[in-house]
Design a protein. Structure first.
Length: 642
C-alpha cells in the first residue's frame, strides 16, 4: 500500500516513520505532476513546498492550529494531506476541488485566499481572536518572497511586531515571484549566499571552535547566527519586532521538523526563513519555473504544453503597445509582478528603460503611473482586472481626481475560468464607471482592442481598456491603427423587434443570436456600445425610443455594470416608462471555478442564451417589467435630482 493510501485523516501522517517521509514527499510530488499535467494549475510553487507542508503537518496539530497560505496557490500538498487526495484529480474543474484554499471546502482550510499578501494580516487577526477568546491554537502564515514585495505584508509585519502576539511566519524564499522577485529587500540574502567573506568567516569560526571543544562550538554557533541575522533579512525582521530563525534548507524534512519543534512554543512573533527550490523534483519546472508557475496541461515526459496556442487578447495588447511605442517615446509600461501573464515581457526586452515591474504592488503601480503622467509621460498600467481592485483608491485619488493621462489595461476582465471566484474579473465596469473623468472601453475583437489602446493613449485623461482572458475571434488585425471617437457606439445590425446592446466579449454572441432569431422571423438590431463610459446617448436614446425592447449583455457584474449605465441614462432622460428592458451578465453572486465556456453558458451568455432572453421578452410582453422599472425610475430620478 502506498503512503498516500495509508493517510485517511491528517493525524495519520504522524504515524509514518520519520525516515519514510521522503518517500511520502515523492508520492505527493508524482500525484501533483500527474494531475496538473492534465488539469493545468500552479505546478512550480506546489512542487517547491512539498517537504515544507509535510513538516508543518507533522509538527502542528492541523485540526486545531491554523495555517494561512499566502496566495494559496501552493496548497496542493496540504489538500492531499487533509482528506482530499482521492478528489485531487477534480482540482480546478467545474464542481471539483478549488485550486486555492477554501473554507467551505474543508475545515482544514483556515482562510480563503487567491490574492497575494493577505496571509500575515489574516493570521494576525486570528491570533487576536484566539487571545480574546482564551483559546490556545497556533497560527502559522506561509508567505513567499514574492508576496513580501507587497505593501500589505509589511503593514501586517509592522503591526504584528508591535502587538507581540504569538504568531509564526514562515518565509518561503525561492527567489522567485512568478518571474524573479523584484526588489532591494531580498538582495541581502543573495549577497550572503554568495559572499566569500562570510563563508570564509564561517569556516574560520568553525575551525577555531573545533580546536577548543563544545562550549566554544556553541559560542561559535551563536556568533554565526548573529552574523547571519545581521547580514540577512533577519535584521530587518528583528527591527520589526520578530525573532528571526534561518535560513533553513527547505527540502530536508528532518531538519524542518527539528526547526519547527524547537521554535513552535517561543513567545511573541517569530519568522522562520526557509529556502526552497521552485519546481523542485520536476526538471522542466525547475528549469523554467515561470512557465510552470501557472501551467496549462502539458506532456509530462517533454514538459511541452498540449493544445494549440491561439493568438490571445494579451498577445494583441502586447504587439499593439510595442508598435505604438516605436513612434512615441513617452509610452512607459508598468506591471505588478506579472510581465508574462500580461504580455509585457516582449515590451520589456525591447524597451527595458521604459518598463517597470514593481513587484506585487498594484497600489504603488497606479500611483507611480500618476507621477509619471504628471511629468508628461504616458504610462500604461497592465494588471489583471481582479488584482487592480487593490488599487481602487489610487485610481480615484491619484489618477482620476487629477485627470491624469494614465492608461489602465485590465487583462482578464470577465470570467477567467479555472482559477475561480478570487480571480474572475467580474467587477471591472462596476468599480470604474462611476469615477469622474475616466473613459472605460471594452473591445469586441482583436482589431478593436488595438484601436482602443491607441484611443486611450491619444485621449488626454484616464482611460481603461478591459479585455477578456481568451483567444481572440480571429479577425484580421490591420497594420494601420485607427483610434475611435470617444463614446461612439457602432451599429452592427439594424432591426425593429428588439435591440441587443452588448459590450466587449458579448458582441459576437449577440450577432449570432440575431442571425438565429432572424430565421424565426424576429428582427433584432445589434449595437456594439464599445464604451461603458461615456455612453453614446445621442445614438442610443432615439434607437431605444423607437424599438422599446432592449437587452443589455455584458461579461461583467450586472449590478453597477453596463446595463445599469443604460438604465441610469434612460431614467435621467425620462425615457424609461414604456421600455421593456432585460439585463444579461454575471448575477449578484461569486462565481465558482470551472471552464470559462461552462460558466458563460450557466449565465446564458451565449448565442443560445441571448436568443432565449429575446423569446422570453417577446413572450412576456411589457407587463411586469415596466411596472418594476417605473418604480426604479422614479426612485432613480429622485436620486439624480437631489
Ligand atoms: C494581489 C495579487 N497580485 C498578483 C497576483 C498573481 N500572483 C500569484 S502568485 C504570484 C507570485 C507569488 O510569489 P511568491 O509569494 O514568492 O510565491 P511562489 O509562487 O514563488 O511560491 C503572483 C504575482 C496575486 N495572486 N495577487
Amino acid at each position: 500500500m502506498s503512503f498516500l493510501e495509508q493517510l485517511n485523516n491528517p493525524d495519520d501522517l504522524k504515524k509514518i516513520d520519520l525516515n519514510q517521509l521522503g518517500n511520502l514527499a515523492q508520492e505527493i510530488r508524482q500525484k501533483i505532476i500527474s494531475v496538473i499535467s492534465k488539469t493545468g494549475g500552479h505546478l512550480a510553487s506546489n512542487l517547491g513546498v512539498v517537504e515544507l507542508t509535510i513538516a508543518l503537518h507533522r509538527v502542528f496539530d492541523i485540526g486545531k492550529d491554523k495555517i494561512v497560505w499566502d496566495v494559496g496557490h501552493q496548497c496542493y500538498a496540504h489538500k492531499i494531506l487533509t482528506g482530499r487526495c482521492n478528489d485531487f484529480d477534480t482540482i480546478r474543474q467545474f464542481g471539483g476541488l478549488c485550486g486555492f484554499p477554501k473554507t467551505t471546502e474543508s475545515p482544514y482550510d483556515s482562510f480563503g485566499t487567491g490574492h497575494a499578501c493577505t496571509a500575515i494580516s489574516a493570521a494576525l487577526g486570528m491570533t487576536i481572536a484566539r487571545d480574546l477568546s482564551g483559546k490556545s491554537y497556533k497560527v502559522i502564515a506561509v508567505v513567499g518572497d514574492g508576496a513580501l514585495t507587497g505593501g500589505m505584508s509589511f503593514e501586517a509585519l509592522n503591526h504584528a511586531g508591535h502587538l507581540r502576539k504569538n504568531l509564526i511566519v514562515i518565509f518561503n524564499d525561492n527567489e522567485m515571484s512568478i518571474s524573479p522577485t523584484v526588489g532591494g529587500f531580498l538582495q541581502p540574502i543573495d549577497r550572503l549566499r554568495t559572499s566569500q567573506r562570510y563563508n570564509r568567516f564561517r569556516k574560520e569560526i568553525a575551525d577555531m571552535a573545533s580546536r577548543f571543544g563544545s562550549l566554544a562550538t556553541q559560542l561559535a554557533k551563536k556568533i554565526d547566527d548573529s552574523a547571519k541575522t545581521f547580514l540577512t533579512n533577519g535584521m530587518l525582521f528583528e527591527a520589526l519586532g520578530f525573532r528571526y530563525f534561518g535560513p533553513v534548507e527547505g527540502h530536508d524534512i528532518p531538519g524542518l521538523i527539528d526547526t519547527f519543534e524547537r521554535v513552535k512554543n517561543i513567545q511573541g512573533p517569530i519568522i522562520i526563513h526557509i529556502v526552497t527550490k521552485k519546481g523542485k523534483g520536476y526538471k522542466y519546472a525547475e528549469d523554467d519555473s515561470a512557465k510552470f508557475h501557472s501551467a496549462s496541461s502539458f506532456d509530462v515526459s517533454t514538459g511541452q504544453s498540449s493544445g494549440i496556442k491561439k493568438l490571445s487578447y494579451t498577445d494583441v495588447f502586447s504587439s499593439t503597445l510595442i508598435k505604438l511605442a516605436e513612434s512615441d517615446d513617452r509610452i512607459v509600461t508598468i506591471t505588478a509582478a506579472m510581465p508574462d501573464g500580461t504580455g509585457l515581457t516582449r515590451f520589456m526586452k525591447k524597451y527595458p528603460e521604459r518598463s517597470f515591474d514593481v513587484g506585487i504592488a498594484e497600489q504603488h503601480a497606479v500611483t507611480m503611473a500618476a507621477g509619471l503622467a504628471m511629468q508628461g509621460m504616458k504610462p500604461v498600467v497592465t494588471i489583471y482586472s481582479t488584482f487592480l481592485q487593490r488599487a481602487y483608491d489610487q485610481i480615484i485619488h491619484d489618477v482620476c481626481l487629477q485627470n491624469l493621462h494614465v492608461t489602465l489595461a485590465l487583462d482578464r476582465s470577465g470570467l477567467v475560468g479555472a482559477d475561480g471566484p478570487t480571480h474572475h474579473g467580474a467587477f471591472s465596469f462596476a468599480y470604474l464607471r462611476h469615477i469622474p473623468n475616466i473613459t472605460v472601453m471594452t473591445p469586441k475583437d482583436e482589431s478593436e482592442l488595438q484601436s482602443m489602446i491607441k484611443t486611450a493613449l491619444d485621449h488626454h485623461g484616464p482611460a481603461a481598456v478591459c479585455y477578456p482572458r481568451s483567444s481572440g475571434i480571429g479577425v484580421h488585425i490591420p497594420e494601420n491603427i485607427e483610434s475611435i471617437p470617444i463614446g461612439a457606439s457602432e451599429t452592427l445590425r439594424t432591426g425593429h423587434d428588439v435591440l441587443l446592446l452588448p459590450v466587449g466579449s458579448m458582441v459576437y454572441p449577440s450577432l449570432k443570436a440575431a442571425e438565429a432569431l432572424e430565421k424565426d422571423g424576429i428582427s433584432a438590431a445589434v449595437v456594439n456600445a464599445r464604451f461603458v463610459k461615456p455612453i453614446d446617448k445621442e445614438s442610443l436614446i432615439p434607437l431605444i425610443r423607437q424599438i422599446k425592447k432592449v437587452i443589455t449583455i455584458e461579461e461583467n457584474s450586472v449590478r453597477c455594470g453596463f446595463g445599469s449605465a443604460i438604465l441610469e441614462m434612460l431614467a435621467q432622460e425620462n425615457e424609461i416608462y414604456d421600455i421593456n428592458m432585460d439585463f444579461m451578465g454575471i448575477p449578484d453572486q461569486f462565481v465558482e471555478h470551472g471552464e470559462r465556456d461552462i460558466l458563460l453558458q450557466m449565465f446564458g451568455l451565449t448565442p443560445e442564451g441571448i436568443a432565449q432572453s429575446v423569446y422570453k421578452m417577446l413572450r412576456d410582453g411589457n407587463s411586469k417589467k415596466i411596472s418594476t422599472f417605473r418604480r426604479i425610475a422614479s426612485r432613480a430620478r429622485r436620486g439624480f435630482q437631489s
